[in-house]
Design a protein around this ligand. Sequence first.
Ligand code: CO
Ligand code: CO
Length: 367
Amino acid sequence: MPIDYAARQAKLRQIAGADAVALVPGANMFYFTGLEFHLSERPVIAIVTPDDGLSFIIPQLEMPKLHQRPDLEARAFAWSDTDGYDGAFRQAVDELGLRGKTLGVDGLTMRVTEWLEFQRIDGSMRVNAVERQIINILAHKSAEEVESMRRAVKLSEVALDRLLAWVQPGMTERQIANKLSEEMTAAGSQGIAFEPLVQTGPNSALPHGMLTERVLARDEFLLIDYGGKSDGYPADITRTFCIGTPTPEMQKIYDTVRAANEAAIRVSGPGVAMGTVDKAARDVIEAAGYGAYFIHRTGHGLGLNGHEMIPQIAAGVTDRLEPGMAFTIEPGIYVPGLGGVRIEDNVVVTETGLDVLTTFTKDRFTL
Ligand code: CO
Ligand code: CO
């Protein structure tokens, strides 16, 4: 079924506190128009106005992409490298009636450079950061989007399976990550969602650590956080392993994180407060005596942007889960010096419960 971009843009017109919405290249522009551009020093801006539909301020050299999409019925304010973009901005501001108006933007992606250009044309224009409202639209996934996410998860799991048949002590984190990226591509991923995070031994105690040249040893943690992509939608999966024999404490940490992950999955569903999901995981970890070592939220929204701010699976959040919301469930325990365990699944709220996209077994801790 072709995507109804006009219907998606119509939702932008309902955003409160903005007379028009402006989008820069990236996931939001892709979602609302299907068009992809590099975010570069050449500004490209999609503007959704109440009366004038969809317009683009766009470099001349990008016009072929717009010509290929007559369905968008988009108006173009094109500019050339020779003339610069002042004229195109001025024309757009005048012809779209933006003087003195408030432009809604995603404050996380719109750059100061685009905004200053609007200000230069008309100092009475205002900006309003409406990213929560924009992401709230993206947060409600259609059945087709969910199937894209399921494909991304599936191919990522195939890649992890192949990696585990290959990985050995003596390999570096970077070698393992590179191999995993290759396996994702081989399994049909469109590039990768992000560089795989492979953390060995004590390095796994840093939730947002970096890849290093550390060599994997036997009997220690091997934490892998990674994801492929399908139709632009990412997977974001974590599994933790031990090649050899874990100590009783390592086993206890693994079993506790697994129980926390499963408790959060069990409690999730439509109408459930986001903080309740976090609490379900946190209670398990606290009861096992590791509360001080669970140092991040339980999960984040997942979509075209990668991490998305809705839903936010964190302590005290009273907003409720709604059908179509996709997110991660990723409790962890991080013990400095020893290492850490995280188990991350990708899930989608349905009308009646929860669709768990990840299927990779959690029984496979020791290899
Ligand atoms: Co992750
Ligand atoms: Co994540």
